[in-house]
Design a binder for this molecule. Sequence first.
Ligand SMILES: [Fe+2]
Ligand SMILES: [Fe+2]
Length: 178
Amino acid sequence: MSASPFIERLREQVGHEFAASQQYIAIAAYFDGQTLPLLAEHFYRQALEERNHAMMLVQYLLDAELDVSIPGVAAPQTSFDSAAAAVKLALQQERRVTDQFSELTRLARDESAFQGEQFLQWFLKEQLEETSSMSDLLAVVERAGEENLLLVEDFLARNPVGDGGADDAAPAAAGGAL
Ligand SMILES: [Fe+2]
Ligand SMILES: [Fe+2]
């Protein structure tokens, strides 16, 4: 029997999370190359979080005794016209992933996949947090302007953006979260 639409989309989401992780590594390297270490650190950390999300989905597939496939990912964008353009791309990515989890939840509900729907609840909450913190970061970068990105570094030194990934309620990640 072929997998249900919900399970097929869930497997695809593994690839979306790895793609998000690669995109964040590319953005982190861009900032590192500009000697903006705290912006770089923020995106290296986000890359790890996305990798962990992928591995949480893998753990769910394992727990549900479903076949696990690890999809390849398209190359991320690696050059950016400005810091604001890089953070804007990150915000668009978070909004797209939020839509993907909303659709996954709708499919789980349509199929009466109640455990699947419960599993997805954490990701919906996580997307709210990640979209909100990326939107905050974009506001700070735009307010500072390209000439004053050191003000953004100064801001990040005093006000870390986001929750740093610490969340005891997070689902288990295959092999352990990094
Ligand atoms: Fe994610
Ligand atoms: Fe994310």
